[in-house]
Design a protein. Structure first.
Length: 420
């Protein structure tokens, strides 16, 4: 476990916050599906001397001197990313997922062009065209939804009709709260028919793709994959843009830099390279498969208890519970309840939710982080039991405090990489 002695002496307030967060992670359960734990090697790289180096440009084409080692680590990150995802080109510089998405839009579109993406309430992401985002002032976004929220089936016939009518330049596959798989072949066929780019935002399931536990959109002809490098990929926080063919690479590179960013955060680029090397190891495939096994198992446990799950299950790393129908509480109340016993998840809107986003009907759960800690099906049963017990005892403060202690005892059996 890191000691942070220099920080403790220099800035005890920040040290105490760091120590408190370390304790929270060690003694608590992380079920937010977009969160994970990095390895000690990734954490060490993030704190390395690459933080001191400014590196505008790309390997071999920098605007400053002294780039011998920055070129080495960025080149390694690029090569490893291409191997992981069978890509013809990789840009590993985006600081986060949202900037990567925006850079890709500007690489592929002209102002006023149309993007067809998933509706936020049906599982999409803010950057897929929600009206609160500034990008909707530049591009025209139209949306598709689930045909049947009981199964999660997408109406691909309707998607085709919308595409033929609206003539999008991008058809966007991807989600932040959708528990099923998309049919990339059907989406790519529609994109080809209307002359659109087929783009996949795989931020949530990149690790599942890298671990061969989920289908790779490139195998079905997609042009571009957008992703974060944390979440299931288990790397540092950051973004990445991949293209199936190298010919799109120059347009994407120019859009990232100088279009949207200055110098890359080189310690994060180096840490991405370390994480990609970890994901190339055979054991990462076992990890990716176990994420899905755990999610399916826990989802089934909740459904057996009578809870109402959106799409009635999951095919990936996450699932969503309608808390109002399941337990007669809101998603906000459920989030606070579970947080009080050391189990972290997030409130989330559900399909066609009558409630507002800050006080929605549902919660979203995922298994990447607990799987990283070594938990399997037996532990998924225990976690579900903890949560169901908390719901049944939600008005008994003493019982909830006792259960929080039980959760702490349970968690100490499963070390957090790089922390405990």
């Amino acid at each position: 476990m890191p000691t942070y002695e220099s920080l403790k002496q220099q800035d005890p307030d920040i040290f105490n916050a760091v120590a408190g967060e370390m304790q929270r992670q060690v003694e608590g359960v992380e079920l937010i599906p977009s969160e994970n734990y990095i390895s000690a090697a990734v954490m060490e790289t993030m704190a390395s001397v690459f933080n001191n180096k400014y590196s505008e440009g790309y390997p071999g084409r920098r605007y400053y001197g002294g780039q011998t080692y920055t070129d080495i680590v960025e080149s390694l990150a690029i090569d490893r990313a291409k191997r992981l995802f069978k890509a013809g080109h990789a840009n590993v510089q985006p600081h986060a997922g949202a900037p990567a998405n925006l850079a890709a839009y500007f690489a592929l579109l002209e102002p006023g062009d149309t993007v067809l993406g998933m509706d936020l309430s049906h599982g999409g992401h803010l950057t897929h065209g929600h009206p609160v985002t500034y990008v909707t002032k530049i591009f025209n976004f139209v949306r598709y939804k689930m045909k049947d929220i009981e199964t999660g089936e997408i109406d691909y016939d309707e998607m085709r009709e919308v595409a033929l009518r609206e003539k999008p330049k991008i058809i966007l596959a991807g989600f932040s709260a959708y528990p099923r798989e998309l049919d990339y072949a059907k989406m790519n066929a529609i994109a080809e028919e209307v002359g659109a780019y087929a783009v996949a935002d795989m931020a949530h399931i990149a690790g599942l793709i890298a671990g061969h536990a989920a289908r790779n959109p490139f195998d079905d002809g997609f042009d571009v994959i957008l992703t974060t490098t944390h979440k299931t990929l288990r790397g540092p926080r950051g973004g990445m843009i991949l293209s199936r063919e190298a010919k799109l690479g120059k347009k994407i590179d120019k859009s990232v830099f100088p279009g949207f960013q200055g110098g890359p955060i080189m310690q994060m680029v180096a840490a991405k390279a370390v994480a990609f090397a970890e994901a190339l190891k055979p054991e990462f495939k076992d990890y990716a498969r176990q994420i899905i096994v755990n999610a399916k198992h826990m989802a089934a446990k909740f459904m057996d208890s009578g809870a109402k799950l959106i799409t009635n299950g999951t095919d990936n790393h996450l699932f969503m519970i309608d808390c109002v129908k399941s337990w007669d509480i809101t998603g906000q109340e459920a989030e606070e309840l579970f947080d009080g016993v050391g189990i972290t998840l997030n409130k989330n809107v559900i399909a066609d939710d009558p409630r507002k986003p800050l006080d929605p009907s549902g919660v979203r759960l995922g298994t990447p982080a607990v799987t990283t800690r070594g938990m399997k099906e037996q532990e998924m049963d225990q976690l579900a039991d903890f949560m169901l017990s908390a719901v049944s005892k939600r008005d008994d403060k003493a019982a909830l405090e006792a259960q929080h202690e039980d959760v702490k005892t349970f968690c100490r059996k499963f070390p957090v990489p790089g922390v405990s």
